[in-house]
Ligand binder design. Structure first.
Ligand SMILES: NC(=O)c1ccc[n+]([C@@H]2O[C@H](COP(=O)([O-])OP(=O)(O)OC[C@H]3O[C@@H](n4cnc5c(N)ncnc54)[C@H](OP(=O)(O)O)[C@@H]3O)[C@@H](O)[C@H]2O)c1
Length: 273
């Protein structure tokens, strides 16, 4: 699908995630009608780019602005203070797209009104290098076309999956939102175990990070399942087999991961209220 923006984009918050998204849209030449940024810090890295207008506050936006999409990329704890000022832009032709973790569609509907077209998205940190996975959920006022537009916009920082059941965003947050931290811990643990087994630290660190990166890339690119790929490197009574006996024990990795994801899911529900 061709992305056709007939009106400008309005980006609220241009920190880590906002600027990663904006860089992706600019690189893909998606913003034909330009972008207005509201960012108290000034977003100076984008100041010289044609079509980009930066404002310190919502009060500085030009009169008569009718954005096609308003992207909320401020911290969740700022949302209650920030969102109400954008109620003035609610119309069937303006989509509100939020990437704030844990901020619910119900919050936006109570703040902006039930007529607002809203999509709540959950990206993850690999978005910073275009390798994110984002799950996005539209409310019943967002049209299929607006959902498709949001998907294309979010694809600027990686893969995107649309869902229509918001309750899934709690386990989504626990798996892909928090997931990069579990993988970083895996890198740390593998490196430390290598040191214990006799490797110098520099070599252990290098082997751990590149093994996780390479195996992740192989799992993503391969037609085989992760289980099949695992079996492919496991010869009977070999070294991998010995290690997997430990990792796949009754109190092994699966049990730990299931508990970790359950704990994060529970916390996501608590934070959403
Ligand atoms: N980083 C991630 O990997 C990640 C992953 C998933 C989801 N998210 C979500 O993405 C959102 C942004 O996260 P981030 O890591 O990009 O945070 P961030 O780097 O702190 O960016 C937020 C930006 O919004 C600005 N801001 C504060 N008040 C504002 C206002 N009234 N109007 C406009 N802008 C305002 C902040 O400026 P000040 O610094 O002056 O406050 C800051 O530059 C969060 O809701 C987070 O849950 C982030």
């Amino acid at each position: 699908m061709e992305l056709t923006m007939h009106r400008p984009l309005l980006l609220i918050g241009c920190g880590k995630m906002g600027s990663a998204l904006l860089s992706g849209w600019l690189k893909r030449d998606m913003l034909g009608e330009g972008v207005h940024i509201v960012e108290p810090m000034g977003a100076t890295q984008f100041a010289e780019i044609a079509g980009v207008k930066i404002h310190k506050s919502v009060n500085d936006l030009p009169e008569g602005l009718t954005p096609e999409v308003i992207v909320f990329a401020v911290k969740p704890q700022k949302m209650e203070e920030v969102a109400p000022a954008y109620k003035q832009f609610v119309s069937p032709h303006t989509l509100f797209l939020s990437i704030a973790a844990g901020t619910t569609i119900t919050f936006f509907e109570s703040t902006l009104g039930r007529n607002a077209a809203i999509i709540r998205a959950m990206p993850n940190t690999p978005a910073a290098i275009g390798k994110g996975i984002t799950v996005a959920c539209p409310n019943n006022k967002a049209s299929d076309q607006q959902a498709a537009l949001a998907k294309l916009m979010l694809e600027a920082v990686g893969e995107v999956t649309l869902i229509y059941d918001e309750s899934l965003l709690d386990p989504v947050t626990a798996v892909s939102g928090s997931g990069p931290a579990y993988v970083f811990l895996m890198v740390e643990a593998l490196a430390k175990a290598g040191i214990v087994a006799g490797l110098p630290k520099t070599l252990a660190d290098q082997l751990a990070v590149l093994t996780v990166a390479g195996a992740g890339a192989l799992a993503a690119a391969s037609k085989e399942t992760p289980a099949q790929l695992r079996e492919n490197v496991t010869s009977p009574a070999g070294t991998t087999f010995e290690a997997l006996q430990v990792l796949m024990d009754d109190d092994g990795l699966q049990q730990l991961m299931t508990r970790a994801v359950a704990a994060a899911t529970r916390r996501s529900k608590e934070l959403a209220g």
